[in-house]
Unconditional design. Sequence first.
Length: 431
Amino acid sequence: MNKASVSWVYIAIALSAILAAILWSTGWAVAAGLCAIWFYQTHKLKQLTGWLNSNDKQTELPDAQGVWGRVFDQITELQIKHFKSEQELTTAILRIQKTANALGEGVVTVDASGALEWWNIAARKMLGLKNKQDRGAPLLHFLRKPEFFSYYQKADFTHPVCVQSPVHTEQTLEIAVTEFAKGDRLLIIRDITDSQKLERMRQDFIGNVSHELRTPLTVIHGYLETFQLHHPELDAPIQKAHMRMLAQTQRMTNLVQDLLLLSRLEGSNSQPEVVHNDMAVMLKQACEEAQVSAAKLNKQLTINRHLKSRNRVMGAKEEIYSVLINLVLNAVKYTQNGGNIDITWHDTDNGLCLTVLDDGIGIGQEHLSRLTERFYRVDLSRASASGGTGLGLAIAKRIMLRHKGSLNITSQEGLGSCFTCIFPSQGKGLH
Ligand code: ADP
């Protein structure tokens, strides 16, 4: 209704009132006026409800004057604001989608029921998704690999998982999951094929070099030993030089052995062989080795073993012993004369626990997080004097991971250190 027709309504009301006043009485005139006003209000209300119920909110509200005019104006104003923020939101969403599409990483959002909601171009290529058909389909239909299935069901997303691409079998994907809102999940997918290849090449290189070095080192070491045995008459300085050469070749041999072991552990995806290991036997053997090592270093140490659990640990015997002996020999190396070492095997709520505790030199807090890196040493001069390779803890950590366990280190400089290996309880670890 336009302004002219609105004015006509008022004129009609006035005329009907005047007419009623002339023809009948003032009472009739008032009644006729009220009726006309009622008709008008009802008409406007109808117009408003009709507009509210219509699906097309783009059509303008009808014109009106007075109170209705103000109501309609305010509704129109609100509607404009609403359209503006809707447009802004759409622009923002489109921008986010464009940015996500420009990423090399795949991005996928999944709702609380595990159904696919949205994904970017990279994810479409990596997972072979089709734009329309696959929206709402379960994510696990596209990532059927057992390792991803159990990772996703377990819902422990502290670390990403590596899986073979469902589209290109030669491609390896690293998938990290983050939970947001109420159970919704965001997946970030990275193609790590190249970096994995490089890592494998690095491991192979170290493995090959170590392997090639082993034979010449054995020969040199053997000749040096023979030479020393057969020439006891040599002058003291030459004897001393011989001794140093022998010690250094021994050190290199240890280093090569540790490097070979580490590269074998890193390169192996297979589970370690599983046997039930009696820790009583291992602890006894480790204590004996520790005493010999302490004697060589001219140290008097009190080495105690405490067997508080009869549970056996499942895993590869040599690997588990290698962890134990590494920790125990480190405790011997880094504990002063007269010190104490306690080796304990016990049960905890978290699993089966092996603890090696010493009251030696300890380690500063700033070093703790890096101790299991290859060749990381707290004090370079002291470490080389101790004859270590700098690989012992890296090997121990790797073995613990292979056994689905963990290695935790606590220490205080000047007071001592505590190395704790936690193996999963029986039935939860290796099978
Ligand atoms: P290394 O062959 O040098 O002992 P490891 O990997 O076994 O190499 O240990 C790394 C470093 O951690 C060592 O150089 C040493 O500084 C520190 N460390 C390990 N065990 C102990 C310990 N029980 N007490 C003090 N420091 C330790």
